[in-house]
Design a binder for this molecule. Structure first.
Ligand code: AFP
Length: 359
């Protein structure tokens, strides 16, 4: 059954051979896949397993918790707390970091995760995912919240599972981004998408367009140009997708290119964005960059942000590198007052910039 096929475990051991992380990091990621298999089984059962619907409770984000949010969180905790590989864990579903039970040995890593991203899609049977990030715990003793607040460039591993028509895991340990497909007959993840690369250019963008009136001008400008297609500055038509499940939109971008945006919007001025830095933006940014893409807030590289709070939100724009570079240029021009007066009727039909090649 396995001849010539590389399992996730074998791949990790080979990728990490000779590194300081080798054995323990590979073992931790295998524990994460155990949780992913359990979550995959629950999401596949759906209504038959009594897994649909909400609990009527709210998480720290003030969002209604689905039954599967809590069950997925439990699966991640139970799979990873016992192995002596983590010093602690943090989750979208937990207000504070999880302190290991006294009887469990502490390990060298911190595991941060969104156990079920896109859970508002569960009841309508649309793909959802699990996102995880691994940091080093640089000292002895149980981690405090501040020990988790490390920039994304310090991640030693990150990735996601997508529970779609097939269950896949996509991850990086800093040596490229690689995809694995779950073979349910043998219960193993098999390497099916080695060394993924995101095309530098794209004609497909993903954003929740219902928020258009709340976006900042550079994002309005960028999306308006995509919608204008060949009749506008870009000189070519674009396509739009929005699955409202970040993992699913990101997976499409890894497979065929594209740009995903969840920008800051003034709908809730106090919120700097919707997506969380520690367990959504950072791990996905690591995966995207390792596949040759880019990940930005519009004004800064996501992986270089210094986190200030465990559940901090940030603006997110990521995917095909040339499109992110264009968006960042539009933010610079806006902030310096040198952008085309986007809403001005004076320039309604003309642009100060050539359509292409000015990224
Ligand atoms: P849920 O986990 O609450 O469904 O949120 C999913 C998410 O964080 C991310 O996966 C989506 O890209 C984004 O929210 C969708 O947001 P909108 O519902 O505002 O489009």
């Amino acid at each position: 059954m396995l001849q010539g096929r590389t399992t996730l475990s074998k791949f990790l051991i080979e990728q990490l051979r000779g590194t300081e992380d080798q054995a323990d990091l590979a073992a931790l990621l295998v524990d994460v896949t155990a949780a992913v298999k359990a979550i995959a089984s629950m999401t596949a059962k759906g209504a038959l397993g009594g897994y649909l619907g909400s609990l009527g409770t709210e998480n720290v984000q003030g969002e209604t918790q689905k039954k599967l949010d809590v069950l997925s969180n439990d699966a991640m905790i139970q799979a990873c707390e016992w192995g002596g590989l983590v010093a602690g864990m943090a989750s979208e579903e937990l207000d504070e970091p999880y302190t290991l039970p006294r009887e469990f040995e502490r390990g060298a890593y911190l595991l941060v995760f969104d156990p079920l991203d896109g859970s508002s899609n569960i009841d309508v049977n649309v793909s959802v995912g699990t996102i995880f990030s691994v940091l080093r715990h640089g000292r002895l003793g149980d981690p405090s919240t501040s020990d988790y607040l490390r920039p994304g460039v310090e991640q030693v591993a990150a990735g996601y599972a997508i529970y779609g028509p097939s269950t896949m895991m996509v991850l990086t340990v800093g040596r490229g981004t690689h995809g694995f497909t779950l073979d349910r007959e043998i219960g193993n993840f098999i390497l099916t998408h080695p060394d993924l690369k995101i095309p530098e250019d794209t004609s497909e963008f993903a954003i929740n367009a219902s928020n258009e009136r709340f976006w900042e001008a550079p994002v309005q400008r960028y999306v308006a140009e995509c919608k204008a297609g060949r009749t506008g500055d870009r000189g070519r038509d674009f396509n739009m997708r929005w699955i409202a499940s970040m993992v699913a939109d990101v997976h499409r971008i890894l497979m065929r290119g594209g740009i995903f945006m969840y920008p800051k919007d003034t709908k809730e001025p106090a919120k700097p964005g919707r997506l969380r830095l520690m367990y959504e933006a950072n791990p996905i940014a690591f995966v995207i960059e390792q596949a040759g893409g880019a990940a930005s807030t519009g004004r800064a590289r996501i992986l270089e942000l210094q986190p200030e709070a465990l559940h901090q939100r940030v603006p997110v724009m990521l995917g095909s590198r040339h499109e992110i570079e264009r968006l960042e240029r539009y933010h610079r021009e806006h902030d310096s007052g040198t952008d085309r007066p986007f809403a001005s009727p004076l320039f309604k039909d003309r642009s100060l910039y050539s359509a292409e090649g000015s990224a």
